[in-house]
Design a binder for this molecule. Structure first.
Ligand code: FE
Length: 136
């Protein structure tokens, strides 16, 4: 397993062969899955959420909450270094895009309307994530 600092760089053809069409559309083309359709939106098992592109650990189940927005929502990433945040002015809105720090894959957006203590809602596409159940 590579360290989080090591970037994963693949060609477009490699990403297309590795990802499902929906994963490719979201991760590599900054797509958004339709709300309430992602399998991890109402998923409550204890475990870890990894990047569907490169496997990096992104979010822990303890930070997941029911936002009612239709996408998996987290109060904080597993590690501050795990994700990158960028201003996104597309669609006439000012939003903060969240990407995987290791592979650059699009994950979703972060909004300042989450619960305490962070006050943040990381609104993340299911298609960008894979879940691994905690041992125990
Ligand atoms: Fe990644």
């Amino acid at each position: 397993m590579s360290s989080p600092e090591e970037k994963v760089v693949r060609s477009d053809a490699e990403w297309r062969s590795l990802l499902s069409p929906e994963q490719y559309r979201v991760l590599r083309e900054k797509g958004t899955e339709r709300p309430y359709t992602g399998p991890l939106t109402t998923h409550h098992e204890t475990g870890n959420y990894h990047c569907a592109g490169c496997g990096a650990l992104l979010f822990l189940s303890g930070a997941k909450f029911d936002s009612g927005c239709g996408w998996p929502s987290f109060m904080i990433p597993a590690d501050a270094q795990a994700v990158d945040e960028h201003e996104d002015l597309s669609f006439g809105m000012r939003r903060i895009e969240v990407t995987c720090a290791r592979c650059g894959g699009h994950l979703g957006h972060v909004f300042p309307d989450g619960p305490r203590p962070t006050g943040l809602r990381y609104c993340i596409n299911s298609a960008s994530l894979t879940f691994t159940k905690a041992e125990r």
